[in-house]
Design a protein around this ligand. Structure first.
Ligand code: NAP
Length: 460
């Protein structure tokens, strides 16, 4: 057989998931020295993962990454097979039969649990649901959030918590020219929320926001950021953390909190966003619906950069009917692929999938959040995907198979037998164009189709 990775015998790779890490993996493969054919499988009819349905609608600049993904998709070696769920419509075994290698870039679609009583009361939501809802993700478009309360609580101090609290803090005028889903804009227009409490289990020196995201709270048209000066006292370990040059982002965050604490409150603003620290929820109280949260006050323990929150036994209560748990995402397992339940990731060695005995599993690779956990910005995934693709290319000889691989052809015939409709990139562009046209009328970048059915009917 001709050497693998040549025009006569291209390396056939399936990528599962069309978010940033999927596109960066496709880019690295296409730019590599070997001849490849890449098929990207996607569960929804729409590509781009969290860039479409995670990045906040008022952060349009971050969505510019899509321009690069569109360029990658123009390659004749790239093919999108969307509206197809791996594990349900196509099995991992079928992918292994059809391709030389498979890269799982399916992200972290689920949430970490708080693990406290009352977590599942009505009124206690995950940030994922809310983010998916305002971004028009088909899985979440029918969710309802009771925004009739005065006080909303967000647990967690990462950038997702920043997104959720900023969307709750903004006026409709600040949101209406973004690509926020219309149903969310309508519901937010009726919101009665006046106080937003963003609560961290550790201190102000450990908050995980990035400075740009936190700074925006000082620039909101009708919401004032509030930080109490007494909450900004640091223990010696935290002071040491902030002195560290490599920890410049945390220092900037801390300085912003200091700036907020000294602000002359603008009484004309109707909303307040409080940032509080060293508190963990102990219990969510309510009959069937959330009524109040009991928090335990924490103190930090451990050496610098390894400090953890320890309960002090002292509790405080906050009355609220709406809570968003924004404490990090976790991946969900795919049948036929090893999974680390504790981490919510696919176990791997630099992107080569490994089994429970740490042995490399032939043909299987992973990149992005499902490989390393939910951390970093969009661009972080590029280096992560490049690392995986480098390993894959190193394994070229091992991936050469004596049985012929048929790639997309084999997959299409399986899907046709099951009457599963699949969408290519050209089909998607029809949806894209239509969304942009719908948005133009409202002076929005786009009005998203929020159901799979709607998207498919645009493609016809
Ligand atoms: P994150 O940055 O890891 O923040 C999670 C937060 O939840 C932390 O404050 C963490 O506190 C807290 N937490 C975890 N477990 C907890 C528990 N049991 N009880 C109370 N608090 C708990 O995660 P994320 O906000 O979901 O963001 C994920 C990634 O996406 C991050 O890398 C983020 O920067 C990125 N992102 C970027 C943007 C942007 O660039 N604009 C927007 C959104 C997301 P500890 O520190 O104590 O663990």
């Amino acid at each position: 057989m001709t050497n693998l990775g040549t025009d006569q015998n291209p390396l056939l790779v399936a990528i599962v998931g069309s978010g940033p890490s999927g596109f960066y993996a496709a880019e690295a493969l296409i730019k590599s020295e070997v001849k490849v054919k890449v098929d990207v499988l996607e569960r929804l009819p729409s590509p781009f993962g969290l860039v479409r349905s995670g990045v906040a609608p008022d952060h349009q600049k971050l969505k510019q990454a899509i321009k690069l993904y569109e360029k990658i998709a123009e390659s004749t070696d790239f093919n999108l097979i969307a509206n197809v769920t791996v594990g349900t419509d196509i099995s991992v075994k079928e992918l292994r039969d059809a391709y030389h290698a498979i890269i799982f870039t399916c992200g972290a679609e689920s949430d970490r649990k708080l693990g406290v009583p009352g977590e599942d009361l009505k009124g206690s939501y995950t940030a994922t649901e809310f983010v998916g809802w305002y971004n028009g993700h088909p899985d979440y478009r029918d969710r309802e959030f009771d925004l009739s309360h005065d006080i909303a609580v967000i647990i967690g101090q990462g950038n997702v918590a920043a997104d959720v609290s900023r969307i709750l803090s903004k006026t409709i005028d600040e949101l209406k020219h973004t690509d926020i889903a219309q149903h969310a804009l309508d519901a937010l227009a009726e919101s009665k929320i006046k106080e937003i409490h963003v609560i961290g289990r550790r201190g102000p020196a450990q908050a995980k926001f990035t400075p740009k995201e936190l700074r925006e709270f000082g620039e909101l048209s009708d919401c004032e950021p509030v930080v109490l000066e007494q909450d900004l006292l640091l223990n010696p370990e935290s002071e040491k953390e902030l002195e560290e040059k490599s920890n410049i982002s945390s220092k900037k965050i801390y300085d912003l909190f200091c700036e907020f604490s000294k602000r002359e409150p603008d009484t004309a603003k109707s909303k307040k966003c409080f940032f509080s620290f060293l508190m963990s929820p102990k219990e969510l109280i309510g009959d069937t619906t959330l009524e109040r949260i009991i928090f335990e006050k924490n103190k930090l323990s451990g050496e610098s950069f390894k400090q953890s929150a320890r309960g002090t036994g002292e509790t405080i209560e906050l009355e609220t009917g709406i809570l968003f748990r924004s404490i990090g995402y976790r991946g969900i397992p795919v049948e036929g692929v090893p999974f680390n339940e504790s981490w919510g990731t696919i176990p791997n060695d630099k992107g080569r999938v490994t089994d429970s005995e740490n042995n490399v599993v032939d043909q299987l690779y992973t990149a992005g959040w499902i490989k390393r956990g939910p951390s970093g910005i969009i661009g972080t995934n590029r280096a992560c995907s490049v690392e995986t693709v480098e390993c894959l290319i190193q394994d070229l000889e091992k991936l050469n198979s004596s049985t012929k691989k048929s790639g997309a052809k084999a997959i299409y015939s399986k899907l046709d037998i099951k009457s599963i409709r699949h969408i290519n990139f050209e089909d998607w562009k029809k949806v894209d164009t239509s969304e942009i046209e719908l948005g133009e009328v409202k002076d929005k970048p786009r009005e998203k189709y929020t159901s799979i059915h709607e998207m498919l009917s645009v493609i016809k």
